[in-house]
Design a protein around this ligand. Structure first.
Ligand SMILES: Nc1ncnc2c1ncn2[C@@H]1O[C@H](COP(=O)(O)OP(=O)(O)OP(=O)(O)O)[C@@H](O)[C@H]1O
Ligand SMILES: [Mg+2]
Length: 492
């Protein structure tokens, strides 16, 4: 049975005379109300809209004003479901608020009479909060999604989704509205041989479009294989062990879904790259939240914009939410002083209450700026520290970038490269390989060890220019985070 039906049933059983149904899915909610009415002796369902007035009134047009329509409802002594659809803008009028209060108090005396306020936005006046029961209508649950798929398959004979694909498809469709689900499945059903992957791709495209409308979330395509991330073996192990936890089987078995990961550390060591890898490895779409846009004022106050962003990401779960440079993103300044503590505390609360199918991947550079609350156990499943790569890790990174640049790693002297790049980060190694290739290409040949050595000698690594800062980061992280590398260094 669907969660939505259960929630409305709960309100009816609890005899709440006024129920606010927060949803943009009018059709779906009306169907659910019809279902509940059928279970309760089939009372009439009378709908009010600002255009048609109240259905079943002697003169519906005369009840376009909600005060008149509510007077009808107050006078009604028999079991009836009233559904008010366009009420939010009228709730600023004191007469409307007063009429709702009448409905509430008189409704307690009339068995079976309920007034539902159905709206896409939340607009309960402060003074009515006690009287009105709020139901935030959840997106279709698995049984409802399955029913929609079945319906589309019935309407498109010849289109079949295999039983083993069905689980993954249902999971991918979570968070979408009924109409969106129908559209996307219909579209794919036009090609009767569409494979599971094509269907999933179509669903992710649809989700990407939903998110695009919000403006500040950016979809990052799953194009980054874990083999392109050098070193960081502890981190990779952690990710590998969790790669199946977003599957339907794992969810059905009740295995806890990971909440989030915080990666902190030295610049250019692959933190952002690691986040992109998670999406490909787990096959869960990744969305980066652009906090500059949240703070820009283009989407209302930062609080409103941030809240909207979190709601949007909830609507496309399962998803990974990427917060890059969290210390800037959440308005945290050096020394732990907060510029915008509202956003920070809203974020912490949300992390505790967020739906389980959203994984947060956060990265941070100026880790000393992070307040203790955020690192405390329980918020993130794991806090990793990405240090400068050790010798075997640098070899790994060289190999990756040599292959990426069409060179044969066997032609290079790794021992020597490792010695020359002590203290380098991954980004600098990549830069050296690219610059060697570019120089050689100019001379019309493939690059060699000599070109690479020459390129290396021209680059001054960050660890030289920022030695003190890096030492500081290391000693700070030493006691607070797990090394992402399996070759953890000693302190200092
Ligand atoms: N461990 C690594 N393996 C392979 N490539 C790496 C690695 N670390 C860095 N790189 C290369 O350097 C680039 C920059 O790394 P990335 O942006 O992930 O670093 P970062 O830790 O997020 O840095 P910042 O703190 O400056 O944002 C990557 O796109 C990748 O090409
Ligand atoms: Mg980064």
């Amino acid at each position: 049975m669907s969660v939505l039906l259960d929630q409305i049933r709960g309100a009816v059983v609890g005899r709440s005379p006024v129920v606010y149904l927060l949803s943009s899915e009018e059709e779906r909610v009306m169907e659910a109300l019809a279902g509940i009415a059928a279970e309760n002796g089939d009372p009439p369902i009378r709908v009010w809209t600002c255009v048609n007035g109240l259905e079943g009134a002697p003169d519906p047009e005369a009840t376009r004003d909600p005060v008149a329509a509510m007077a009808e409802a107050v006078g009604c002594q028999t079991p009836t479901f009233f559904v008010f659809k366009d009420l939010p803008p009228f709730l600023e009028r004191p007469e409307v608020v007063r009429s709702l209060r009448h409905i509430y108090y008189s409704g307690r005396e009339v068995e079976g009479r309920y007034v539902f306020l159905l709206a896409a936005e939340l607009a309960i006046p402060e003074s009515l909060r006690k009287e009105v029961q709020l139901i935030e209508v959840p997106p279709p649950d698995e049984s409802e999604i399955a029913a929609q798929i079945e319906r589309v398959c019935r309407e498109n004979p010849g289109y079949v989704i295999s039983t083993e694909a069905l689980g993954e498809v249902i999971l991918a469709l979570k968070g979408m509205t009924e109409t969106e689900i129908r559209h996307v499945v219909h579209r794919v059903a036009q090609h009767s041989h569409a494979s599971k992957d094509e269907l999933l791709e179509e669903i992710f495209t649809e989700k990407r479009n939903i998110v695009k409308k919000s403006g500040f979330l950016e979809f990052s395509p799953p194009r980054w294989d874990i083999s392109g991330l050098g070193g960081l073996d502890n981190l990779k192990d952690w990710l590998n062990k969790r790669r199946h936890l977003f599957s339907r089987e794992a969810l059905a078995a009740g295995v806890p879904v990971p909440k989030g990961l915080l990666m902190m550390g030295v610049s250019g060591c692959g933190k952002s790259l690691a986040v992109k890898v998670i999406s490909s490895l787990w096959q869960v779409p990744l969305f980066r939240l652009d906090m500059n846009l949240v703070f820009s004022g283009m989407y209302g106050t930062p609080e409103e914009a941030f809240h909207k962003a979190l709601k949007t990401i909830e609507s496309v779960a399962p998803a990974i939410l990427w917060l890059d440079e969290i210390e800037n993103a959440l308005g945290i300044e050096e020394e732990g002083l907060k510029i915008d503590s509202h956003i920070f505390s809203a974020f912490l609360t949300w992390m505790q209450e967020k739906p389980p199918l959203i994984f947060i991947a956060a990265t941070a550079n100026r880790i000393q700026a992070l307040p203790a609350e955020i690192i405390r156990k329980g918020r993130f499943d794991q806090v990793f520290f990405c240090d400068l790569p050790t010798e075997p890790e640098r070899n790994d990174i060289f190999r990756i970038h040599l292959l990426k640049n069409s060179a044969n790693p066997d032609d290079f002297d790794f021992k020597m490269l490792a010695v020359m790049t002590e203290g380098w980060n991954g980004a600098e190694i990549e830069q050296a390989v690219i610059s060697a290739r570019t120089e050689a290409y100019y001379e019309g040949r493939m690059f060699s060890q000599r070109d690479l050595s020459a390129a290396i000698s021209k680059i001054v690594p960050l660890s030289e220019t920022m030695e003190q800062q890096i030492k500081g980061i290391r000693s700070w992280a030493f006691s607070r985070a797990t090394p992402a590398s399996k070759y953890a260094r000693r302190r200092g």
